[in-house]
Design a protein around this ligand. Structure first.
Ligand code: 9MR
Length: 686
């Protein structure tokens, strides 16, 4: 039947061997998917401690700790109960670690480090290069070569001692001047070494411990309009542009009673958009008003790259500004009102809703997705690069992409007559996508054989990258370093066997395209069957990757081609919207995408742009300024706003990396010349 070669009905990524003939009676694709009423999403599970609540969104909650207080039982009890990140308050400063030249003392900081390690707390290193608490022998150096070697030796020796024990280092602290200049402050480092000392410090730090996160930390940079903030911003932008290693910016957040400036969130998100994580590193607020703490925490919760909050001490009596009672516990260790406000705000979603209701944010409505879409497509950007060990790769398909550490990291299926496997490439800019090296992941423990349709994300609670893919089961590998193609673990399965409900409904379809998304409480695993069903299983954030159960049909269509495969689910940033995309095969035999929204990944889906005449993405709503190289808009992934398990996408100027195909191509489905291209939304309302 002629339909058979018009409809590329062979699934794009399935084990070879089976002959697949799909009945060609289906004419279609205008059918509507029925959203199956789903169980109500579980109410958020609220934690009772700061660290546990922050962990639910993949963040940490920390405190400054003084080694001399670890023996105080009341102090240690609160520390161990509430906090999962620790910053030595003074013990890693130069006047402690290298009081005289070349003679290092790590004993006080080691006491904190061992306490933290035995209580599962991570450590921030504060600080390597700072004009204050600097011994006189350093500040009196006048020779640049001497000071440079003293500074480099200090950084290297201290970082070496704590290698593997410190998550993030404040490499340079408080280097910018107060007031309106926006330039560096005077200090021995600035005066003797000049502007380049900060860059020098970061480069030395990266070499000393390549695994540690490297932060710049400062105070009075919370207000986006302040000259000091803009000065630091320009420095970070310049570092990122020139490849100077920097991973994070710490905002000390020593506030007066009014709390943060109203544009604090803008500051956090603006820095984050440069490609660095941001953290609140020394929070305290005069008199600790609840509203001021709430506003501070919300600003962080609303920015996906705001990865944690540290308060500068436990009890008011522990504070460097104890006269102002600025902390979350009183001198007797009792929780203050600000404690409860902080805990509530860390709950995230309800805080976001409350903030919106109070009219303090307008982004939510601006970010809601429109009901129709139009796009402009790039030309073909990424094509297969067979090598001698991987000859005959015909198509590159099913891309997954995150932007992390200043680079796009793309994972995709490789298709050839001999089967499917996975490939990885990274690049800084789409113009370089075509020249990036292709790393074949069969060289890693992922191994050879049928592996296809990858999805990559960072599982923040475990600080691990996950690659989810299909092997006939739903499989995954993990890697501490996304940029290391050899670092992936051997495949493990999410399920012991195909869930019953899938077995009962799959017919002659294929179990494909596994997709994970988590909210603050649960993780959801979606999959398709090429037979008109979208399935969803659920586990808790704590149990992930184990515990996926309760598999249900999340959406279905009596026309299998109208709800075929390649489902994506995303959280829309600054809104309560989740977006579902599912690939369909159209009445013209070409691939296209339909879309739905819901208020939870486990909710029921309402059509957004879901018909051939109002598609999410189809050849009829895409322009091709570089030439119409494809009429299929097929399996791909949105460019996300972050890279973690929440799969957050921006509400504006969407971009979608997809697979397309020369319309004239013929032949066996597995050897079709699929290429990757990028759609950019042209009708964004914001
Ligand atoms: O809390 C610290 C206090 O015990 C020290 O005496 C003081 C010395 O300058 O440093 C305090 O911590 C500072 C931090 O290291 C950098 N940002 C400002 C903090 C408050 O002064």
């Amino acid at each position: 039947m002629s339909w058979l070669h018009q409809f590329p009905t062979r699934r794009n990524a399935r084990p070879l061997g089976g002959t697949v003939l799909l009945v060609a009676t289906a004419l279609l694709a205008t059918g509507t998917a029925t959203a199956v009423p789903a169980a109500e999403p579980a109410a958020d599970v609220r934690a009772t401690t700061l660290g546990a609540q922050a962990a639910q969104s993949g963040r940490y909650f920390g405190t400054a700790v003084a080694a001399g207080k670890l023996g105080d039982t009341a102090y240690a009890n609160i520390l161990n109960r509430e906090f999962n990140m620790v910053t030595p308050e003074n013990e890693l400063k130069w006047d402690t670690t290298e009081r005289s030249r070349g003679s290092f003392d790590f004993a006080p900081a080691d006491r904190i480090a061992s306490h933290a390690a035995s209580h599962g707390q991570r450590l921030r290193g504060h600080t390597l290069v700072w004009h204050s608490q600097l011994p006189g022998w350093v500040s009196s150096i006048t020779d640049a070569n001497t000071l440079r070697s003293v500074m480099n030796n200090h950084i290297t020796t201290v970082m070496n001692h704590y290698k593997g024990k410190i998550h993030s280092w404040d490499v340079v602290n408080e280097a910018f001047a107060d007031g309106g200049s926006g330039t560096h402050r005077a200090s021995v480092f600035q005066n003797v070494l000049g502007d380049g000392f900060i860059e020098q410090a970061f480069r030395t730090a990266r070499t000393a411990d390549p695994a540690a996160k490297l932060c710049y930390n400062d105070y009075n940079i919370e207000n986006w309009s302040a000259a000091k903030t803009q000065g630091v911003y320009r420095m970070v932008r310049d570092f990122k542009a020139r490849g100077v290693p920097i991973d994070c910016v710490g905002f000390q957040a020593h506030f007066g009673t009014g709390g943060p400036p109203s544009n604090f969130q803008t500051t956090l998100s603006s820095f984050a958009a440069l490609g660095v994580d941001v953290q609140i590193t020394e929070l305290d607020i005069a008199q600790a008003p609840s509203a001021a703490y709430t506003n501070t925490v919300r600003a962080c919760m609303n920015v996906s790259r705001c990865t944690g909050i540290t308060v500068w001490g436990i009890r008011d009596s522990d504070s460097w500004r104890s006269g102002e009672n600025p902390l979350l516990f009183d001198g007797n260790g009792n929780k203050k009102a600000a404690f409860q406000a902080t805990l509530t705000a860390l709950g995230g979603s309800s805080a976001t809703v409350a903030a919106r209701t109070a009219g303090t944010r307008s982004a939510a409505s601006a970010a809601a997705l429109p009901g129709s879409f139009s796009w402009s497509s790039s030309g073909s950007l990424i094509a297969p690069k067979p090598d001698s060990a991987h000859p005959g790769i015909a198509g590159i398909k099913d891309p997954s992409v995150v932007h992390y550490n200043g680079r796009y990291h793309v994972f995709a299926s490789t298709a050839s007559a001999s089967g499917y496997n996975l490939v990885y490439l990274n690049f800084t800019d789409w113009s370089q996508a075509g020249s990036a090296t292709h790393h074949y992941l069969d060289r890693s423990a992922i191994g050879t054989g049928y592996r296809a349709a990858p999805q990559v994300f960072y599982y923040a609670p475990q600080r691990l990258w996950y690659l989810v893919y299909q092997t006939g089961n739903a499989s995954f590998s993990t890697n501490p370093d996304i940029s290391d193609p050899n670092g992936w673990s051997a495949p493990r399965h999410f399920y012991s066997a195909m869930p019953d409900i899938i077995r009962q409904n799959i017919g002659n379809g294929y179990w494909v395209d596994m997709w994970v998304i988590c909210d603050s409480s649960n993780c959801y695993l979606f999959s398709s069957d090429d037979n008109g069903h979208l399935y969803r299983s659920q586990t808790t954030v704590g149990q992930f990757p184990g515990g996926f159960t309760n598999t249900v049909i999340a959406a279905q269509d009596s026309n299998r081609y109208a709800l075929f495969e390649a489902a994506n689910v995303y959280k829309v940033q600054d809104s309560n919207q989740y977006l579902l995309l599912v690939e369909a095969i159209g009445s013209d035999g070409k691939r296209w995408f339909r879309s739905w929204t819901a208020n939870s990944p486990g909710g029921s889906w309402t059509a957004l742009a879901a018909s051939e005449s109002n598609p999410f993405a189809r050849a009829n709503n895409v322009t091709f300024p570089a030439g119409a190289w494809t009429r299929d808009i097929s399996h791909g992934e949105m460019i996300r706003a972050g890279y973690d398990q929440t799969l957050t996408i921006p509400g504006c100027r969407l971009q979608y990396l997809y697979q397309g195909l020369d319309p004239g191509a013929t032949g066996d489905y597995n050897t079709l010349p699929w290429r990757l291209g990028l759609l950019t939304q042209t009708n964004s309302p914001c």
